[in-house]
Design a protein around this ligand. Structure first.
Ligand code: SF4
Length: 311
């Protein structure tokens, strides 16, 4: 079966072996974050609807999961905001009823958690990875460039409410953009709100590959450590990988090109690519997942693993 809405499984820094489920097409989102690594939002919306036919998603999941793959998580993520799909609750119930051995994770930008129905629909997941980059409306607008109907107070309130009733784990991500949300005022606001959410982990991130706007820079390692100190005693972890921007950009293009050229000639697994190009498999996977999202690469499963080829 050709999978259009499942991707991976890819080894992920945070989730181990994770099968991605993409519930909205590129790039339907309620935000248009300046740092977004999957490109500009083309449909900036808060309308929840069946962006992808629910039955297509369920058939793909059935076909894939009937083979009993080894996975650490099935993760709702992808190139947009998964909660915009109004069938997410049904997808969660389908997996929990038919494949209860798998844990479910959801990456969300938190913007729809103000809606009680949304909170109910996702209450059965095991791990929520919400983002919250700003508390003040001013920074929220500059950094996350939301749909005009969104109100950050309501978003924060929704996140706090969800956290009170939720029995799974919450790893909250804060993406730091220097000059925007790394001021003392914004960090103090964030700290107060995060204390109310009381997540199991607070994960600090910054740019590690080009974002939507090329004027954004990553924070330095030292500054990130200062921010982590400021947020303590919250359970803070720095998940950003620190590389210089120039290095990322040139390296990015070279590696991307090498991968495309290689898989144009013949389909390869990530391990093949890693051996042929002499690049760590984790790095290869980072590029492959980006190329998959862009749609320039596709994959199929064979006995030896997933084979990637250029479209
Ligand atoms: S919420 Fe996520 S997908 Fe949407 S624009 Fe921001 S970073 Fe990109």
């Amino acid at each position: 079966m050709k999978y259009n809405h499942l991707f991976g499984p890819v080894p992920s820094r945070r989730l181990g072996i994770s099968l991605g489920v993409d519930l909205v097409p590129h790039k339907v989102c309620s935000l248009n974050c300046i740092y977004c690594e999957v490109g500009k939002t083309t449909n900036l919306t808060i309308e929840r609807k069946e962006y992808i036919p629910l039955n297509d998603i369920l058939s793909e999941l059935k076909s894939y999961l009937d083979n009993d793959p080894e996975l650490d998580y099935i993760t709702f993520s992808g190139a947009g905001e998964p909660l915009l799909h109004n069938g997410i609750g049904k997808v969660i119930t389908f997996i929990k009823e038919n494949y209860p051995q798998y844990k479910l994770a959801l990456l969300t930008n938190s913007t729809l958690l103000y809606d009680e129905n949304v909170r109910k629909e996702i209450s059965e997941i095991d791990l929520l990875l919400p983002s919250l980059d700003a508390v003040s409306e001013k920074v929220f607008k500059k950094l996350n460039r939301p749909n005009s109907k969104l109100d950050n107070n309501k978003i924060v309130e929704g996140l706090i409410r969800f956290s009170k009733d939720f029995s799974g784990k919450i790893w909250l991500e804060v993406f730091i953009v220097p000059g925007l949300n790394d001021t003392i005022e914004e960090l103090e606001l964030l700290k107060t709100v995060i204390e109310d959410i009381s997540p199991d982990q607070v994960q600090l991130n910054t740019l590690d590959r080009p974002g939507t706007e090329n004027w954004i820079h990553p924070v330095t390692k030292n500054r990130m450590e200062e921010i982590a100190e400021l947020l303590k005693p919250l359970p803070v972890e720095i998940i950003a990988k620190f590389q210089s921007r120039n290095k990322i950009r040139s390296y990015h293009k070279d590696v991307e090109q090498q991968i495309i050229e290689t898989i144009k000639r013949r389909p390869c697994t990530d391990k093949d690519l890693s051996e042929m190009l002499g690049i760590h498999i984790n790095e290869i996977n980072k590029y492959l997942s980006e190329l998959l999202h862009e749609g320039s690469v596709t994959f199929h499963q064979q006995e030896r693993g997933l084979f990637f080829r250029a479209k």
